[in-house]
Design a protein around this ligand. Structure first.
Ligand SMILES: Nc1ncnc2c1ncn2[C@@H]1O[C@H](COP(=O)(O)OP(=O)(O)OP(=O)(O)O)[C@@H](O)[C@H]1O
Length: 650
């Protein structure tokens, strides 16, 4: 999110420009006027200053390029491609990092006038140094733009005309920008329009190749609007994990989705965007061999959907037979979730009693026990079922974004931020259910704000003039020991009481008395499982295993077993490696769920995490599955130990 607030309205900004730049004959648009305003009032720069260029030393450049080598390797193709088209026409092409430091360049043969203007590798172009300029302002505003001649803040940059597009990674984070600059161009700003379009196109290509590289081992989807078949730049790319959740997206997907629904894209299930689950898509596309046409759920647009399955990940043949009709996404209902376990069934009965009484429900349990499934089922069983179900995973989004995700903001509260403002999850959930997952990870200052909101039943989005009345059913969940966190002063006791009008504890799978029935039932529900049976040893292993990842791990293991089964039988050989180890004694199940793996693993949690991540080539989904924990739990553990994926440096 752009950082610098400018709380001036349009007429104040126009007056500011007139007062401070009386000699300039221009009428900058709002984004540029705001940047000029920041240059004066925030960065305290002097437009007539000379020799303000900051160039890194050769050693600093080497180190900087080293730090960004993955980004550079991916982006350099785009830089070369753009250069081929514009350098001969007198443009310098530059690639910068997210701080405006240039990392790569291609210059016309007559290099001197360009290098003398600072169009070289190692130059700092962030606004704080150079004031309004193409690179610095495109990064600050997070949008593509041309800064033409006297729109630059420094008079020493007046000969430049820069067309720049920001580059975002597959998590939607700003990574840098691509820039084409001409010197002394005589024409009007409009003459740069085509250059800007080319720069945007190449920036999109860089983003897409980053996406493909990053998710080469994952199932990916390409979604193209039907009425826009010629515009490749609008192709939306999504990467999904095994359970169908979106784990990465290209810029086109973030933009398209944000325009329709102001909700986080990452973490959503694919069947909330398209009318089919991953398995159904696999069937409909014959395992990715051909595209299909369908109506997107978010805006009902007709889209072409293509699937890419990573090499070596053949899906079971049974799945690739077209189903009669794509089914709507199914979530288990409350009674189904109660199974035949008396304690769970009692929990379901208690939930039914508190439904629609305005009582907040707190669900606790290990990872994969079905906390989110219960939250959805509670919503479905309530009178609010036709209202929205909105989930916020407090552990999966950066702390700095939780506040705006939760409370939203109104237009104008951040320079360059979404012009229309953005509704927060609380407001989006109005009339429905708000699911606060991993509530134990909510930062302390937001606990206080959330408490106030729940007490007052109204919210004040950032920048809003009046509060908004709130009518939501709150369901929260955690795998953490909130009582312990309260004693350690990491969680507010008063908030705990607000959230836990009723507490439901979900037993671990190994503790469920109906384990055997559940295994049979979930096996029968797997696509392609019809007619398959478990042999005695496979059954004993499934029953005796400790299931640290609970129902999620069981589902994954059953899918795996169905894919490997031969002659209608699932035997020991068909089970995942961790179930094949000698003996059927449960593995120490809590090991991977306790706050400290180290206690269970000879004090060497970090080494164990590293070894497993390397073994799975840093595929987080696969590594999490092997531990039997969710991806967010694994991410949390990595964060705790400062473990960063090698490709994360991009
Ligand atoms: N009783 C059940 N029957 C069928 N599927 C279930 C059942 N309970 C849970 N599931 C499925 O198991 C998977 C894991 O459940 P869910 O995501 O709700 O767990 P969770 O406790 O919220 O996990 P985490 O804490 O790791 O986020 C989901 O695919 C869910 O649909």
């Amino acid at each position: 999110m752009p950082l610098h607030a400018v709380e001036t309205n349009a007429s104040e900004l126009a007056a500011f420009v007139k007062d401070h730049f009386p000699e300039r004959s221009f009428r900058p648009d709002r984004v540029i006027a705001e940047s000029l305003y920041r240059s004066v009032n925030l960065h305290r720069l002097n437009p007539r200053a000379v020799n303000v260029k900051h160039i890194l030393t050769a050693e600093e450049i080497r180190q900087h390029q080293q730090q960004h080598q993955d980004y550079l390797a991916i982006a350099s193709q785009g830089v070369t491609g753009l250069a081929k088209r514009v350098v001969q026409a007198g443009f310098a092409v530059l690639l910068s990092d997210e701080h405006g430091i240039t990392l790569d360049s291609r210059l016309p043969n007559q290099r001197d006038p360009y290098t003398q203007s600072g169009l070289i590798v190692g130059a700092r172009w962030d606004e704080a140094v150079a004031g309004t300029n193409g690179i610095g302002t495109a990064l600050a505003a997070e949008q593509a733009m041309t800064i033409h001649r006297e729109e630059h803040f420094l008079t020493s940059n007046f000969r430049l005309s820069c067309s720049v597009a920001p580059i975002f990674d597959a998590q939607g984070l700003l990574r840098g920008c691509l820039n084409a600059t001409s010197l002394n161009s005589d024409g009007p700003k409009e003459a740069q329009y085509l250059t800007l379009q080319l720069v945007i196109m190449y920036a999109r290509m860089i983003e897409n190749s980053h996406f493909r590289q990053r998710y080469r081992d994952c199932l990916t989807l390409a979604i193209k609007p039907r009425d826009d078949i010629t515009d490749l730049a609008n192709e939306q790319l999504l990467a999904v994990d095994e359970s169908g959740r979106i784990i990465g997206a290209n810029r086109a997907a973030f933009v398209a989705y944000d325009q329709v629904q102001h909700q986080a894209l990452l973490g959503r299930r694919i069947d909330t965007l398209l009318p089919a689950s991953v398995d159904e898509l696999l069937s409909m596309t014959s395992g990715g061999a051909r595209g299909v046409q369908m109506r997107a759920l978010v805006d009902e647009a007709l889209v072409d959907v293509g699937l890419r399955i990573p090499v070596g990940r053949v899906r079971p043949a049974q799945v690739i037979t077209p189903p009669a009709k794509p089914a709507a996404p199914q979530h288990p209902q409350l009674d189904q979730l109660g199974g035949n376990d008396p304690l769970l069934q009692q929990g379901v009965r208690r939930i039914r009693k508190v439904l629609d009484k305005g009582i907040a429900v707190l669900i606790t349990g290990e990872t994969g026990t079905g906390k989110e499934a219960f939250a959805r089922a509670i919503h479905q069983a309530s009178a609010r079922r036709s209202g929205p179900f909105v989930a916020l995973n407090c552990a999966a989004i950066p702390e700095s974004l939780i506040e705006s995700e939760l409370f939203g903001y109104r237009s104008g509260s951040f320079t360059g931020a979404n012009k229309k403002g953005q509704k927060g999850k609380l407001e989006l959930a109005n009339g429905g259910t708000l699911f606060l997952d991993e509530i134990g990870d909510m930062p302390a200052h937001l606990q206080t704000r959330l408490l106030r909101v729940l007490a007052e039943r109204e919210i004040s989005p950032i920048g809003a003039e009046a509060p908004v009345a709130l009518d939501v059913q709150v369901v929260s969940a955690t795998h953490q020991d909130l009582a312990g966190m309260i004693s350690a002063k990491h969680f507010r006791e008063d908030l705990f009481y607000r959230l836990s009008g009723m507490t439901l504890h979900l037993p671990a799978l190994r503790e469920r008395s109906d384990r055997e029935e559940l295994i049979e039932q979930l096996l029968a529900a797997q696509p392609g499982a019809k007619g398959l049976r478990l042999d005695a040893e496979a059954r004993a292993r499934l029953l005796g295993y400790g299931w640290p990842g609970n129902i999620r791990q069981l589902l994954n293991s059953l899918r795996y077993a169905v894919a490997l089964a031969e002659d209608g039988v699932i035997d020991r050989e068909c089970l995942p490696a961790e179930l094949q180890v000698a003996g059927v004694a449960p593995v120490a199940p809590v090991a991977l769920l306790s706050n400290s793996l180290a206690e269970q693993l000879g004090g060497d949690e970090v080494r164990h995490l590293y070894a497993t991540l390397r073994q799975y080539q840093w595929n987080i989904t696969a590594a999490a599955q092997s531990f039997g924990i969710s991806r967010s739990t694994l991410y949390r553990k990595m964060k705790k130990h400062g473990i960063v994926q090698p490709n994360e440096v991009f």
